[in-house]
Ligand binder design. Structure first.
Ligand code: SF4
Length: 774
C-alpha cells in the first residue's frame, strides 16, 4: 500500500471481522435509542451531550447539523425531536476530545493518512488554526492574523480571480453563505461549487424547468393528510430518519405507501417509533404497502409503465384517473405526451424496470383513483446519468394526476445536508441568475462577475489542469465526497494553497496543496458570542422553512472563530481598500447580515422579526400554490418527453451503486456497523445477488477486487468482501467513500453535471495481492 498521503478512504490492510446477517425488516425501536445514547456516552459527554439533545430541533434551540428534514410546525416532542443519526452527529461535534498543536507535532500527515476515515474522525474537535508549509510533513500552529495574510497573499497573487475555487458544504448557515458568496463575487469569480452539485442539483435542474422552482412543494403537514406516498430511490431509515415518523402518521391517517428501490431497506418496510413507548415496545408499523424492487436505472421504465396503465384506466373511466381540468388549465404538451406513451409496451418496460407486470399493475391500481399523491426521492434518482429526465418523468406523473399545488400532494426531494437548500437560496451557486447579480450590484455598488463558474466536477478538472490554483473549502470533506479519488487527490495536490474551514479533522486535510491551512470553527451546537452578545444563525430545511439556530455548548477551545468572522476577516485581508463592503459591521452583528439578505433575496421581508418567531417562517413557493412560472411558460407546467435509457453490460460487467451505512452521515463515519442491512465490523463489502455469485463462482465472504475502465483508465478498489443480498441480478451495491475511487470524474448526470455515483460499471475479480513496488 502507498505510504504517501494516501487518498484511499480506508486502509484495506485493516479488514476486520465481518458479520453479515442479512437485511432487517423494521427500523428504529430500542436499538435506535441505544445507539443514539451510546454515541453520546462513548464521546465521554453524558451531561453535555444529553443536555444538548433536548434542545436540538426545538423551537429556539439549535438545528440538527445532520440532514435537512423539517421539524413539526406545531408542538414538538418533549422526549426529543431528534433521531439516532442526529444524536450521533451531535455526539461527534459536542465531544470534549481535542486535536491540538501537540497532536499535529506528534503525527505527520502521512501517519494520519494511514488511519481509516473512522479513526481520523474520532480524534476530536480541531482546537487551533494550523499551517502546512511547502515541503512540510507536519501541520504547525499559526496565528489567525497570519493565516488570513497567507490566504490574501495567495489570492492576490493569482493572475485571475477565476483561478480560485470557493467550495461550500451544506452545513454553512444562511448568514455565512450570503457573506461568502458576496466575498467571492467581489473578489471576482463565480467559482462556487457546493455539495448541491453532488446531491440534488439534478432535482433543481428538472424542477426549475418544469414547475418553475428548484425545490420541493410539500410541507410536513401534507404527509399527514394524503392518499398515497411514493418513495423512490431513497432510504428514509438512514438518510432522514424522522421522515419515518411522518410516514407513520400519514399511514395512521389512511395513506398507502409505495416503495421503489433496488434494496429492500428496513426504513422503507417497517418502523418502531422511538419517541413513543408503544413504538419502542410494540411490534412497530409496517410502512410500505407495496415494494417494487426496481433495477438500478430502471426507474424511467417503471414510471412510464405506471403512466401507461393509468392511461388505460383513464380511458375506461374518463376524468376519474387523470385530472383533466388541471391538465387543461395548468399544463402544456399533454397530447404529445400521451402519443409518446403509446410508443411503449408494458411488457418490455417491465423487463427494463426489472419489475413484474403484476407489481406494476398493483402500483397503478393504488394510484388510479387517488389525487392526493406525494412523490419523494433521494440520490437513488439524482445520481443516475439520466436523473434529470427521471425527475421530469415524476413531474409528468403528478401533472397527469393533478397532484401538485394542493394540500396532501406534491413533490418532495429529500435533501441531505442540513442547510444545503439554504445555501442555494443565499446564492451559493456557480450559475447565479443575471437578476440576482443585478440586485447585488444595486445594493452594494460593485460589478459582480457575470460568467458562470465551476461546479464540483468542473472545479476538480480545473484544479487538475492547474487552471485553478487556490482551493478554499467552507466545511465539508471534499476529497471523500467527490468521485475519482486518485484524480481528485492529484487535483488538490496541484493547488498552491488549500484551505479548510472545519470543526473536525478529515481526510481532505491530509491530501493538500503545496501549502495548506486548517481553520477551526464553531459547530452548530456551540455558543457563538460576538462582542459579549450571544448570536444565532438561521437555516432553511427541505421544505423551505427558515428558522433560527442558537448553540448552547461552551466551545472546546477559545481559539475557534465563527464562520461569518472567518469570511469577513478573509475579505478584509484580501480586498482591503478595494472593497466597497463594510465587512467589520457584518462580522460584529448577524442582524445586519440578515438585513442585507432581506434587501437582496425575495422572500426574506422582515427577516429579523420573522426568524425570531418560534418555528421560523415559510419561504414563498409558487408551485406549492399551483403557479408554475418557468422561463418558457407563464402559469403552465410542461409535460416533457423523456427517453427510456438502455444499459448494456458485457458478460463480466455489473452495475454498481454507492450508498452509505447506517453508521455514517455523508462522509462522516460514526462506526463500522450497517445495522439495518445486517453488516457488522466492516465497510469494504459488496452486496451481490446470489445468482450472480453462483455464476461468477464467488462464495459468501469471498475476497474480491473491483475495477472500472471508464475513459480507458483502470481504476481499482482492492479487497472487498462479497455479501449475498436481495439486490436485482447484475446489480451491486458498495459503500462510499471507499468506492469513489471507481467513479470517473467524467461519469456524470446529463444537464446537472453531478457525479453519477449510482451508475458505475464495474468488473469483479477474485482478490490478488498487488506486487509491491521495488
Ligand atoms: S431526521 Fe435529520 S434533521 Fe432530524 S434529527 Fe435525524 S438527522 Fe437530524
Amino acid at each position: 500500500m502507498e505510504k504517501n498521503n494516501v487518498p484511499s478512504a480506508e486502509n484495506p490492510e485493516k479488514l476486520l471481522h465481518l458479520k453479515a446477517t442479512g437485511p432487517k425488516k423494521i427500523a428504529a425501536g430500542i436499538p435506535a435509542v441505544v445507539a443514539a445514547l451510546s454515541d453520546v456516552m462513548e464521546e465521554g459527554i453524558p451531561f453535555r451531550g444529553t443536555g444538548a439533545l433536548f434542545v436540538m430541533n426545538q423551537k429556539g434551540g439549535f438545528d440538527c447539523p445532520s440532514c435537512a428534514w423539517p421539524d413539526p410546525d406545531d408542538d414538538r416532542s418533549i422526549v426529543g425531536e431528534y433521531c439516532e443519526n442526529g444524536a450521533k452527529a451531535l455526539a461527534e461535534e459536542a465531544t470534549s476530545k481535542k486535536v491540538t498543536a501537540e497532536f499535529f507535532a506528534q503525527n505527520s500527515v502521512i501517519d494520519l493518512a494511514n488511519l481509516t476515515d473512522f479513526e481520523i474522525g474520532k480524534k476530536g474537535r480541531l482546537a487551533e488554526p494550523m499551517y502546512m508549509p511547502k515541503g512540510g510533513t507536519h501541520y504547525q500552529p499559526i496565528s489567525w492574523d497570519d493565516a488570513f495574510k497567507k490566504i490574501a497573499d495567495h489570492l492576490n497573487a493569482l493572475e485571475s480571480p477565476h483561478e480560485a475555487v470557493f467550495y461550500t458544504s451544506g452545513r454553512t448557515s444562511n448568514e455565512t453563505s450570503f457573506l461568502y458568496q458576496l466575498f467571492a463575487k467581489e473578489f471576482g469569480t463565480n467559482n462556487m461549487p457546493d455539495c448541491s452539485n453532488m446531491c440534488h442539483e439534478t432535482s433543481g435542474t428538472a424542477l426549475s424547468s418544469t414547475i418553475g422552482i428548484g425545490k420541493g412543494t410539500v410541507t410536513l403537514n401534507d404527509f399527514y393528510d394524503t392518499d398515497v406516498i411514493v418513495i423512490i430511490g431513497h432510504n428514509p431509515g438512514t438518510n432522514a430518519p424522522r421522515m419515518m415518523s411522518a410516514l407513520e402518521k400519514g399511514k395512521k391517517n389512511g395513506a398507502k405507501i409505495i416503495a421503489i428501490n433496488p434494496l429492500p431497506e428496513a426504513g422503507l418496510m417497517g418502523f418502531k417509533n422511538p419517541q413513543e413507548i408503544g413504538g419502542v415496545l410494540g411490534n412497530g408499523v409496517q410502512l410500505a404497502d407495496l415494494y417494487l424492487p426496481v433495477k438500478i436505472n430502471g426507474d424511467m421504465a417503471l414510471l412510464k409503465a405506471i403512466e401507461i396503465l393509468l392511461h388505460e384506466a383513464e380511458q375506461k373511466t374518463p376524468g376519474k384517473v387523470f385530472d383533466q381540468q388541471f391538465i387543461a388549465d395548468k399544463t402544456v404538451g399533454y397530447h404529445e405526451f400521451i402519443e409518446h406513451l403509446k410508443g411503449h409496451d408494458i411488457e418490455s418496460l417491465a423487463v427494463d424496470a426489472g419489475v413484474s407486470v403484476e407489481l406494476l399493475r398493483e402500483a397503478a391500481a393504488m394510484l388510479s383513483h387517488k389525487h392526493r399523491i406525494i412523490v419523494c426521492w433521494g440520490m437513488g434518482l439524482t445520481q443516475q446519468p439520466n436523473g434529470v429526465d427521471m425527475l421530469r418523468e415524476i413531474v409528468n406523473l403528478v401533472l397527469l394526476k393533478g397532484s401538485i399545488g394542493k394540500p396532501g400532494a406534491g413533490l418532495c426531494p429529500v435533501r441531505g445536508h442540513s442547510n444545503v437548500q439554504g445555501n442555494r437560496t443565499m446564492m451559493i451557486n456557480e450559475k447565479p441568475t443575471q437578476k440576482q447579480l443585478d440586485r447585488l450590484k444595486e445594493v452594494f455598488g460593485f460589478e459582480p462577475p457575470r460568467e458562470h463558474g465551476y461546479d464540483v466536477v468542473n472545479a476538480i478538472r480545473a484544479m487538475h489542469a492547474r487552471k485553478a490554483k487556490v482551493f478554499f473549502a467552507m466545511g465539508g470533506n471534499f476529497l471523500s465526497a467527490t468521485p475519482d479519488t486518485l484524480f481528485t487527490a492529484e487535483a488538490l495536490r496541484r493547488q498552491r494553497l488549500t484551505v479548510h474551514v472545519s470543526t473536525k479533522l478529515n481526510r481532505s486535510h491530509l491530501v493538500h496543496g503545496e501549502e495548506a491551512l486548517i481553520l477551526p470553527t464553531l459547530s452548530r451546537s456551540d455558543k457563538d458570542i460576538v462582542n459579549g452578545e450571544a448570536q444565532f444563525i438561521s437555516t432553511e430545511n427541505s421544505m423551505g422553512v427558515v428558522q433560527s439556530s442558537k448553540g448552547i455548548l461552551q466551545p472546546v477551545s477559545d481559539k475557534l472563530i465563527n464562520e461569518t468572522h472567518i469570511v469577513c476577516r478573509m475579505a478584509i485581508a484580501t480586498l482591503g481598500s478595494r472593497s466597497v463592503i463594510d465587512w467589520n459591521r457584518y462580522a460584529n452583528n448577524y442582524d445586519d447580515i440578515r438585513n442585507i439578505i432581506e434587501q437582496c433575496i425575495p422572500g426574506f421581508e422582515n427577516y429579523n422579526v420573522r426568524v425570531r418567531e418560534k418555528g421560523g417562517f415559510y419561504l414563498p413557493n409558487a408551485a406549492r400554490d399551483g403557479k408554475f412560472i418557468t422561463d418558457e411558460f407563464i402559469d403552465r407546467a410542461p409535460f416533457t418527453i423523456n427517453k427510456v435509457p438502455v444499459t448494456i453490460l458485457a458478460d463480466d460487467e455489473y452495475m454498481m451503486a454507492t450508498t452509505r451505512t447506517h453508521d455514517q452521515f455523508n462522509t462522516t463515519i460514526y462506526g463500522l456497523e450497517d445495522r439495518y442491512r445486517g453488516i457488522k465490523n466492516e465497510r469494504r463489502v459488496i452486496f451481490m445477488n446470489q445468482k450472480d455469485m453462483d455464476k461468477a463462482g464467488f462464495a459468501s465472504g469471498e475476497k474480491v477486487d473491483l475495477f472500472n475502465f471508464n475513459d480507458g483508465i483502470e481504476r481499482v478498489a482492492r479487497l472487498f468482501v462479497v455479501v449475498p443480498y436481495p439486490v436485482p441480478e447484475r446489480n451491486t451495491v458498495t459503500y462510499f467513500p471507499e468506492t469513489n475511487v471507481l467513479i470517473s470524474v467524467n461519469n456524470v448526470v446529463g444537464e446537472s453535471n453531478m457525479p453519477a455515483a449510482k451508475y458505475v460499471k464495474i468488473k469483479i475479480r477474485k482478490h490478488v495481492q498487488p506486487v509491491a513496488a521495488v
